[in-house]
Design a protein around this ligand. Structure first.
Ligand SMILES: Nc1ncnc2c1ncn2[C@@H]1O[C@H](COP(=O)(O)OP(=O)(O)O)[C@@H](O)[C@H]1O
Ligand SMILES: [Mg+2]
Length: 310
């Protein structure tokens, strides 16, 4: 097998798209924490906000900048681009403009940054489809609920029955096909459980079983994400995360157990995402190629298991 024929034409930036057709699952929360965690790990990070309505990631970064400026502090910031909302009377014209804005943003940053984190709205549009097909890692946060699984595969009253592939999963599978044709690349699709309850419940176990059955069919991985914690939402007004030096901002000057656990959760999430990791002396693009080889082998095995089961 000629490696070069199979090898994708990788951009130097690794694009992480955080998306799920369902709203309120934690897309912006994960985008925020991934961006800050990668910056803290020393990577050159750019972020793009495609949610022209809510602009959560943009608002967070504005808050972060003003918190730092007000206190005369230095703080890590990504190179950020917020997409402008096109508001002509013509829907097609709007889509074309927004599409061009996004394509421009990617072209501007693809050579200068190692990671690009893209936060997205919960909608289906041409722009969203394009964003999916540009993803190297697609992170879809979901809560432990059958309602959240239903956007991937229609859930039946008889849960053992195989559901039809639902609209959102179809969009991802389509993006994958396009991607394979465009540059032989792959999309590593990771379903990240978010707002996990602190007590293990029967419901959570059932959800994990259902996802396990679905994974070989839709070719995704699952990751244990973040628990439901106040710390993941309360720092938004000052633009900080659990990873920042928040000790100074607390009354006691020390972190609580839950805050320490939150830091740990973000770090383990980064680990389970298995992003291209640069070791000393290694160029980022080299790390990207290693990433590609590891993940291709993983998905080939997953697909082979599925085909054997028929
Ligand atoms: N792990 C978490 N712990 C606590 N609150 C969370 C967590 N993840 C998300 N939230 C909260 O849930 C709501 C929806 O999250 P958000 O990130 O805005 O979702 P989306 O961008 O998908 O619409 C927000 O109020 C957010 O603060
Ligand atoms: Mg959002």
């Amino acid at each position: 097998m000629a490696i070069d024929d199979d090898h994708p034409d990788l951009r130097s930036a690794h694009v992480i798209v955080v998306a799920n057709e369902k709203g309120g699952t934690g897309k912006s929360t994960l985008s925020i924490h991934l961006t800050i965690a990668l910056l803290k790990a020393g990577y050159r990070v750019a972020s793009i906000d495609l949610d022209t309505r809510q602009r959560t990631l943009t608002r967070f970064l504005e808050n972060r900048q003003s918190w730092a400026s007000a206190g005369g502090r230095d703080i890590e910031m990504p190179f950020h681009h917020a997409l402008d909302r096109a508001t002509t009377a013509d829907v097609i014209e709007n889509e074309t403009r927004e599409f061009a804005g996004f394509a421009d943003a990617i072209t501007q940053i693809e050579h200068d940054y190692e990671f690009v984190v893209v936060d997205t709205p919960a909608s289906d549009s041409y722009l969203m489809r394009l964003a999916h097909s540009l993803a190297d890692t697609l992170v879809s946060p979901m809560n432990d609920s059958y309602i959240d699984i239903d956007v991937f595969s229609r859930v039946h009253h008889d849960r053992a029955r195989r559901g039809m592939i639902a609209h959102y999963a179809d969009l991802v599978l389509d993006a994958r096909r396009k991607r394979r044709q465009a540059d032989a690349g792959l999309i590593d699709w990771v379903l990240v459980r978010n707002r996990i309850a602190s007590l293990q419940s029967n419901n959570a176990r059932q959800i994990a079983i259902s996802l396990g059955k679905l994974a070989p069919e839709l070719l995704f991985r699952t990751a244990e994400g973040l628990h439901d914690r106040v710390i993941f939402r309360e720092l938004f007004p000052i633009g900080l995360t659990a990873l920042d030096p928040i000790e100074a901002a607390t009354k006691t000057g020390v972190l609580t157990g839950s805050q320490l656990a939150a830091r740990q959760e973000i770090m383990s999430l980064i680990e389970t995402l298995r992003l291209p990791e640069r070791v000393p002396g290694m160029a980022h693009l080299e790390a990207r190629h290693l990433w590609f080889e590891r993940l291709s082998a993983y998905y080939a095995d997953l697909a082979a298991g599925r085909d054997m089961q028929g």
